[in-house]
Design a protein around this ligand. Structure first.
Ligand code: PEP
Length: 366
């Protein structure tokens, strides 16, 4: 069953109103790259929650808390309850992050009490689990994850409000990332520990030194449904990590057909193609870009500054574009409704050696 990708950004104890505003605005602008294809929750320090909620209004980005109380309302100076978060419109919180477990004594029992409070308040949670280095060395990874999960599973009645983050403690903030196979093995084992009715639906995130460099390989693994990101979520390039999680249809090689049978206009076309000729201004805010493979070239009409990202040699993914005939040639228009992304990964067999510019073909499959 396909699970919607999920990415959490844990800003930890960092930032000011000025730096938080700047980063939030940048992330909001970047969200056009993935729109609603990925569920995203940013967890800033508590004093910035309200500010981020305002900035993220009418954007796909959500705000979450990093912590809340195991107790109810009352004489608990300094605490914030789950229902208070809901009251200010916050729908998500982390629970059981390793920094809270190891630095603030958050035990399995405390985590269980917090999970219970979250479920009562209908607050969704990113529940963090993961082993220490010495536990991995003793091959206790699965046992530790099971212990942490078993402590909270009896408190969960609504699994739609639970996301699990597997974060090996030795990988958090250390620059040491679990290999994709290590992460996949742990995730697959975790899925088996969940109640049968929930197992296939629950998103399991990987966390631990995720960066723009390693995210693509990790997200390719079957049981990795997204990421919980610390350090790299404080950079504008966090958008690239989120965008890497957008589900991509398995690509068959793009196919083209001779122009003689072209439909004059076709909408909603998606395809990949290598950029053969860089963007050239075509008046107003439009540029043309030539992409192709060994069978045909296609002229793209690209609006505005999107054209500047079309570098020769990179593979472009174009979704939901409009194909029209212009003087016997194909033109694919990428207007404001169409998505365009560039990837370093070559998908399909593209052939740059053959110069076939100007061949009249129609794109027929995606
Ligand atoms: C985290 O804080 O949950 C985390 C995974 O941090 P980092 O990405 O910096 O390792």
């Amino acid at each position: 069953m396909p699970r919607k990708p999920f990415v959490g950004g844990n800003w930890k104890c960092n930032g000011t109103i000025a730096s938080g505003t700047e980063l939030a605005e940048t992330l909001k602008n970047g969200s056009v790259m993935y729109k609603n294809a990925v569920e995203v929750v940013i967890c800033p320090v508590a004093p910035q929650i309200n500010m981020l909620s305002k900035i993220f209004k009418r954007s796909p980005l959500n705000v979450g808390a990093q912590n809340f109380s195991k107790d109810a309302e009352g004489a608990f100076t300094g605490e914030i309850t789950a229902s208070m978060l809901k009251d200010v419109g916050v729908n998500w919180s982390l629970i059981g992050h390793s920094e809270r477990r190891t630095k603030y004594g958050e035990t399995d029992e405390i985590c269980a009490a917090k999970v219970e409070k979250a479920q009562e308040a209908k607050l969704s949670i990113i529940f963090c689990i993961g082993e220490l280095l010495e536990e991995r060395e003793k091959e206790e990874t699965d046992a530790v994850n099971k212990r942490m999960l078993d402590a909270v599973i009896p408190k969960i009645t609504d699994w739609s409000k639970v996301v699990i983050a597997y974060e090996p403690v030795w990988a958090i903030g250390t620059g040491k990332v679990a290999t994709p196979d290590q992460a996949q093995d742990a995730h697959a084992a975790i899925r088996k520990m969940l109640p049968e009715a929930a197992a296939e639906k629950v998103r399991i995130l990987y966390g631990g030194s995720v960066t723009t460099d390693n995210c693509k390989e990790l997200i390719g693994k079957e049981d990795i449904d997204g990421f919980l990101v610390g350090g790299a979520s404080l950079k504008p390039t966090f958008t690239d990590i989120i965008t890497a999680c957008v589900p991509v249809k398995p690509l068959t090689k793009p196919e083209f057909r001779k122009v003689s049978s072209i439909e004059p206009e076709q909408r909603g076309v998606s395809f990949y193609g290598k950029v053969l000729k860089a963007a050239e201004s075509a008046g107003e805010d439009a540029s043309t870009v030539v992409v192709g493979d060994e069978t045909a070239t296609v002229t793209l009409r690209v609006r505005g500054d999107r054209a500047s990202t079309c570098e020769v040699g990179k593979v472009m993914r174009v979704q939901n574009a409009k194909v029209i005939m212009v003087k016997g040639f194909i033109q694919v228009q990428i207007d404001k409704w169409a998505a365009l992304a560039l990837s370093d990964v070559e998908i399909g067999e593209v052939n740059t050696k053959k110069d076939i510019s100007g061949v009249e073909y129609e794109l027929t499959s995606t």
